[in-house]
Design a protein around this ligand. Structure first.
Ligand code: ATP
Ligand code: LTN
Length: 326
């Protein structure tokens, strides 16, 4: 039997941080063992907020290079830039004709982003393009962080509606959201998610940050006025956030962390958290430095070529269903 398919995407603007890694990219790498994986650097999504056309190609290239350094394996998985595969945009248009505006108005990320960057039609229909990404290859599963749950529900809804109107074409994709790490919080405000677009760089740790920066960021992470290391999101969000990171990098349970660091004060715990993050990210930094830029470009172009070929077969079936191809 054919292997099940996984699809996921990441935006290329802003540097990839440990929230992206612990919430989604760890799964991207792990799922390659079992699934037919398709991974996309979603540059068309990224331009829904203002971009600098001179800097954009470099940022996009860098995102691809970080993914390769983290272990996305072009020998096993498809990796490419979304804009190089025009079937994404074509399917998004077709799906937009069955998405209701009422449903689009309920998308919470649109409201947040529109408040910050101002709204435009592309930002509004962003979730439809995401649905098209996923449905284009008939993905069965989608590894993402918690914040993408609502977009996955919309994707399933559009798939069901398309199937009901035009005939069974799309499987309903399942989200793969980790139990721990699905929502890593900002180091400066543990009530807000760690984000690429946060103006304060002290709020996040990047995959390529050097050890001194990581130590500084963890040391300055906002906690609370107590001294006890205890897992309690309600009362101790800052500490709980650091505990999640420690747990994900070491495999230790919350009970084990409490037993080891509970009464030792935050200083000692933070030092341990920083050292584990540094050790966990070191292989990615080394792999990144070893990658050749021309080779990255070659991999991305070969990925797009293969993706276009695969996508065209699927997309022709959609055209036939809706009456665009005789
Ligand atoms: P940001 O909000 O950080 O600017 P984003 O969420 O808009 O970025 P992407 O960079 O495309 O978008 O996210 C890539 C993946 O990382 C998605 O699956 C997303 O759910 C996940 N992710 C983003 N931030 C976090 C976080 N703080 N914790 C866990 N997962 C996250
Ligand atoms: N909206 C996502 C990025 C994204 C995506 C996708 C994720 C675009 N297309 C398809 C999974 C599947 C985000 O993280 N902001």
């Amino acid at each position: 039997m054919a292997r099940k398919k996984v699809f996921s995407g990441i935006q290329p603007t802003g540097n990839i941080h440990i929230g992206n890694y612990l919430g989604a990219l760890r799964n991207w790498v792990a799922l390659q063992e079992e699934y037919d994986c398709i991974y996309c650097v979603v540059d068309l999504h990224a331009i829904t907020v203002p971009q600098d056309p001179a800097a954009f190609p470099g940022e996009r290239h860098d995102a691809a290079k970080v993914l390769l350094a983290m272990g996305v394996d072009p020998g096993r998985s498809l990796l490419y830039y979304q804009s190089r595969v025009p079937q994404h945009a074509e399917l998004a248009w077709i799906l937009s004709t069955i998405a209701s505006t009422g449903q689009m108005n309920r998308m919470t990320q649109f409201k947040e982003k529109a408040d910050k960057a101002g709204s435009n039609l592309g930002l509004y229909s962003y979730p439809v393009l995401m649905a098209a990404d996923i449905l284009l290859f008939r993905a069965d599963a989608v590894p993402v962080g918690e914040d993408q749950k609502q977009h996955l529900e919309l994707t399933r809804d559009l798939a069901e509606r398309f199937n009901a109107r035009f005939g069974e074409e799309f499987p309903l994709p399942e989200p793969i959201i980790p139990k721990t790490g699905a929502r890593i919080m900002s180091l400066q405000d543990p009530t807000a998610k760690m984000s690429k677009s946060d103006p304060d760089p002290a709020s996040r740790i990047l995959i390529l940050d050097d050890p001194a920066t990581i130590r500084r960021r963890v040391k300055r992470a906002v906690t609370d006025s107590e001294t006890e290391v205890r897992f309690d999101w309600e009362k101790k969000a800052g500490v709980s956030n650091l505990m999640e990171m420690y747990s994900l990098f070491t495999g230790a349970s919350m009970e084990q962390i409490e037993a080891e660091f509970g009464t030792g004060g935050y200083g000692r715990f933070k030092e341990a958290v920083a050292e584990e993050i540094i050790a966990g990210l070191a292989p990615f930094r080394r792999a990144y430095e070893a990658l050749d830029d021309a080779e990255v470009d070659r991999i991305m172009e070969a990925g797009a070529e293969a993706a276009r070929r695969r996508a065209e077969v699927y997309q022709e079936a959609v055209r036939r269903r809706v009456g665009l191809s005789a």
